[in-house]
Design a protein. Structure first.
Length: 260
């Protein structure tokens, strides 16, 4: 039986955060769920001190919708500094933060911003546990929407071991409740799905399940400085990763009603 803790979830309305809140509630923890929707801004710090009063552990599942490296870096580095500052003042024990598998050499876009996030977290006074996750099953729909022009969905060539956000949430809660020695130097614990996939292959499964009248085309973008990492398997989990289902196909079947 776990001792119940008071755990704050930043980004509690997001694809990941909502599952973190569910898992914590199911386990009987006291949850402080926040995002800008209830007046707490992790980037500016507004409302953070009040939200963290009496909190033992913070799970940060917040994100910015921007994939621009500079915009996203500004968001994540400010969030890291604000969590350390407000968390220290509130007497928080630890931060548990989610990042992305395979980003060590990322130089562009969102992944480079997440690397800056990890580095900023390492500078603060509170112990931090970082969990690196693979791309979420839930991201496939977003990438498909972003890439659709007319009747074609253009998906970047990307090898990924897609994982359900719920599965990542369970691992984050485990780390929040049963801490490993906190470390901001790698290798970080990793969580990924049961098998390697491609983003385009997963998009094709999704489109077929929904009966969308679009064709998926995998494309390689020579202008992307991180293209090789997307394509050569760098984003796949390491041998120490926790692998857990459901597979993307199982998740799609459970999430989207069959057409016809
Ligand atoms: N998506 C993936 O495939 C994936 C893979 C690996 C790791 N991750 C990591 O998982 C985390 C969550 O990603 P996600 O896809 O679940 O994000 P998401 O769905 O975009 O959710 C973002 C959450 O952050 C909140 N938020 C945004 N700006 C905020 C601010 N200024 N202050 C406070 N809250 C703010 C949002 O709520 P409001 O709009 O109400 O503020 C929302 O609750 C991120 O760290 C991401 O890097 C994601």
């Amino acid at each position: 039986m776990n001792a119940s803790k008071k755990i704050a979830v930043a980004g509690a309305t997001g694809r990941l955060g909502r599952h973190v809140v569910d898992v914590l509630n199911e386990q009987g923890h006291e949850v402080v769920a926040f995002s800008r929707a209830n007046g707490v801004d992790i980037e500016t710090g507004v409302g953070l001190a009040e939200a963290l009063a009496g909190v033992d552990v913070v799970i940060d599942a917040s994100s910015t919708p921007s994939a621009d490296r500079d915009v996203a870096t500004a968001f994540f580095t400010a969030a890291a500094r604000n969590l350390h500052e407000a968390g220290t003042q509130a007497g928080v024990e630890r931060l548990v933060v989610v990042s992305i598998i395979g980003i060590d050499n990322s130089v562009s876009g969102y992944n480079a911003a997440k690397l800056a996030h990890e580095q900023e977290l390492a500078k603060g006074p509170l112990p931090v546990q970082i969990l690196r996750a693979a791309q979420f099953h839930e991201l496939v729909e977003v990438m498909t929407q972003w890439g659709t022009q007319g009747e074609v969905a253009y998906l970047a060539n990307m090898r990924t071991q897609l994982v359900a956000a719920r599965t990542v949430a369970e691992k984050l809660v485990e780390l929040a409740v049963h801490p490993a020695p906190a470390s901001t130097v790698g290798p970080f614990p990793e969580i990924a799905g049961p098998r390697p996939e491609t983003m385009a292959g997963a998009a094709a499964v999704l489109v077929a399940r929904r009966g969308d009248a679009i064709r998926v085309q995998e494309v390689s973008d020579p202008a992307n400085p991180d293209r090789e990492q997307f394509e050569d398997g760098t984003l796949l989990p390491g041998p120490h990763a926790t692998l857990a289902g459901p597979t993307f196909a199982e998740w799609v079947e459970a999430t989207y009603p069959a057409v016809g």
